[in-house]
Structure formats: structure tokens, C-alpha cells
Design a protein around this ligand. Structure first.
Ligand SMILES: C[S@@+](CC[C@H](N)C(=O)[O-])C[C@H]1O[C@@H](n2cnc3c(N)ncnc32)[C@H](O)[C@@H]1O
Length: 348
């Protein structure tokens, strides 16, 4: 951690001596639901009168179009099931791996609810996959490679388990457009064992993110303090430096209730660095491609009042995705990256 520390993290590091952790254990294992329980189809009924549902369907069609031709697909870190459960119908079999047991259980419950039967889930890290070389015809990842402790290792593993000629499509939380300097935010979680105070710092150039978790015991008094803190963040926002009562003042006032702490750091990507890294790993035909969702969003104002039926909307988005597959996007916009594992005998 040889990077500049904020006052709040200096306090956490000096007073709490946090243990090193990772995103699956520290963050995703503690979340009740992802995407605030609003994933179309998975959590809530699909409604094409909502822009986000329209664009979500475009993203699904985009994965399906890019990975078409494969019988088997692996989704890295599907969380509660995205895109795994949405793209499974386009393949003979679909496998999802996630190191968080909570996410695996939630994803399995969602698959059961949707009666999707060609999905297999395994608790596993992308950095150490328990699959033979050349197992899958296609690999998908959305917002997960950058959550791995070592994204480069995860990408090498993706390369290893893909069949020659297999395609990889990766979406990621792009740092192309992040605000300059350090940004920070606070969020709260609760499990049976602890109340969680999460402090997140992001830095654009070089792109990294540091996460801290300070765990408090669950008792009525501390729960009350957390409730007040949640009310404060909904009124003041979640930036501790701007509002010390959200940061140091809160931690010092409730210090006796602290039962542990941990931290982890992430390396983030821009579309250009993801492309470059995939090339280093050995992928070919590596391209930054327009996401059909980006194109769908620009169309939305013209489409929303068109009166298309759900089936017509899906057809149109399928067509849009087939066009998007062929369109290169410029670097700097955080669009997804697609790549191919060279076939045997591939030269140059
Ligand atoms: C931002 S969420 C994205 C979830 C889902 N793909 C989506 O788009 O809604 C990141 C996911 O990556 C998973 N993850 C974290 N570390 C991982 C690792 N080493 N290997 C595979 N997945 C990992 C997390 O548990 C979490 O489910």
C-alpha cells in the first residue's frame, strides 16, 4: 500500500491494523442482493417501457451475438446471475464461477426460480480455475475480472480454459471516464455477525481502488448508531471528507464496538489497457467493440413511444447486436473488449 493515504484510511490502518482480504470475501459475501435487487428478468419483470430494461436486453443480445457458434459458455463472476442466467438459453450448457458462496447460492436460487436447467455453478476463483485446458467454447465476464486479486492471472486462466478459436467478451467497470484525483464513498452492510462500515477510495491515473471494511458488533446501541449514519448519508451524501460526522467522528465515537477490519485493493482497466492486456496474454483479433447497449441508449428517445411489442423490441435489439458485433469503438469510452484464442496452427 505505498500510495497516498487519506486521513480516514490512515486512522483505519493505524488504529485497526486491517487484515488483507479480497472483494468476494469483504464485499460480495456481505451483500444481500446485487444491482439493488433490480435486475430485469432475474429480480423484476422485464418492462420495455423502462430505458434500463431496454438497454439490458441489448447487452444480453450483444453477449449472445459475440459468442454465437459456441455450445458451452463460462461466465466469470455472475454474482446474482448476470449475464449467466440471461445468456444460458443461447447455449447448450452454461457454467458460472464465483468465489462468494452467498452469490453462488443466490444465483442458483434465481436459476431455479426461472426454471433454467442448463446452468452449473461452482464456487471458484477466476485466478485458479479447476477446469481442464480448452474446456469452453466461449467465455463472458461482466464487472468481475477487475474484482479479482490478480486480473492478469484471471485473464491467463480464461485463455487456458477457452478452446482454440473460442471467443471472450469482457465488460468491466471502465476507468476511462472516472473523475480526476481520488474519489471516496461510504456504504454500509449487515450480516448476522457484524455491521459493516465500508470505505472505498478510487484513483483514476493509474486506475486503482482501495476498499476498507470496519466491522462492528451487532447490538441495539450500534445498530441505532448505524441507522443514524444511514440517515445522515441519505441527507448529506456518502463522502466522509466533506462530512466528518460520516468519517472519523463516527469511527471514534463507536470505537469500542469495533470487532475487526480488513482491506483489499483492485487494479482497474480502461478499454485500451484491457485490449493491451488481452494481447499480452496471447489473444488475437482483440477489439474494442461498441456495446449494443450504448447504441440502444442513443436510440431510446426515438423508440420509447414507438408502440413496439415486446417480441418486436427483442427482434430489433437482436438485429442491433448483430450490427454492434462488427463495429469497432474508439478507445477512451469504456466500451467492452472482445478477443479470440488463436486456433491451432494460427500464425502471427
Ligand atoms: C461487480 S460484481 C458483478 C456481478 C455480475 N457479473 C453483474 O454484472 O451483475 C463482481 C462479481 O465478481 C465476483 N468475483 C470477485 N472475485 C472474483 C474472482 N477471483 N473470480 C471470479 N469472480 C470474482 C464477485 O463475487 C461478484 O459476484
Amino acid at each position: 500500500m505505498a500510495k497516498k493515504y487519506t486521513v480516514l484510511e490512515t486512522w483505519i490502518v493505524n488504529e485497526m491494523k486491517p487484515e488483507e482480504s479480497n472483494s468476494a470475501e469483504q464485499t460480495y459475501e456481505r451483500m444481500q442482493q446485487q444491482a439493488a435487487g433490480k435486475l430485469p428478468v432475474i429480480d423484476v419483470e422485464q418492462n420495455f417501457r423502462e430505458e434500463d430494461h431496454f438497454c439490458d436486453e441489448a447487452r444480453v443480445r450483444d453477449f449472445a451475438a459475440h459468442l454465437a457458434g459456441a455450445e458451452t459458455v463460462l461466465d466469470i463472476g455472475p454474482g446474482d446471475g448476470w449475464p449467466l442466467l440471461r445468456i444460458a438459453p443461447f447455449f447448450k450448457s452454461a457454467t458460472g464461477i464465483d468465489p462468494s458462496q452467498k452469490r453462488i447460492d443466490t444465483c442458483q436460487a434465481n436459476a431455479d426460480k426461472l426454471t433454467i436447467t442448463n446452468v452449473t455453478l461452482k464456487k471458484m476463483s477466476a485466478t485458479e480455475m479447476d477446469f481442464e485446458d480448452n474446456t469452453f467454447g466461449a467465455v463472458a465476464a461482466a464487472g468481475s475480472i477487475e474484482q479479482c486479486p490478480d486480473p492478469y492471472l484471471a485473464l491467463r486462466e480464461v485463455f487456458r480454459v477457452l478452446k482454440p478459436g473460442g471467443k471472450f467478451r469482457v465488460e468491466f467497470e471502465a476507468y476511462d471516464k472516472q473523475e480526476k484525483g481520488i474519489t471516496e464513498r461510504l456504504f454500509l452492510t449487515e450480516t448476522e455477525e457484524s455491521l459493516g462500515y465500508h470505505y472505498v477510495l478510487r484513483h483514476q491515473q493509474p486506475p486503482w481502488e482501495r476498499n476498507y471494511l470496519v466491522k462492528f458488533k451487532v447490538d441495539p446501541e450500534t445498530r441505532d448508531a448505524f441507522k443514524k449514519l444511514a440517515d445522515l448519508t441519505s441527507r448529506l451524501g456518502s463522502i466522509p471528507t466533506q462530512n466528518p460526522e460520516l468519517g472519523l467522528q463516527f469511527l471514534e465515537a463507536n470505537q469500542t464496538a469495533i470487532i475487526g477490519s480488513s482491506w483489499y485493493e483492485l487494479e482497474h482497466f480502461t478499454s485500451a489497457t484491457m485490449k493491451q492486456t488481452l494481447e499480452e496474454v496471447g489473444f488475437v483479433n482483440v477489439r474494442i467493440a461498441w456495446s449494443a447497449a450504448t447504441l440502444a441508449r442513443t436510440m431510446w428517445p426515438r423508440i420509447k413511444e414507438s408502440g413496439l411489442s415486446d417480441e418486436q423490441t427483442k427482434d430489433m435489439l437482436r438485429g442491433l447486436a448483430e450490427i454492434a458485433v462488427k463495429l469497432d469503438a474508439p478507445a477512451g469510452l469504456g466500451e467492452p473488449v472482445v478477443a479470440v484464442k488463436p486456433s491451432e496452427g494460427f500464425k502471427g
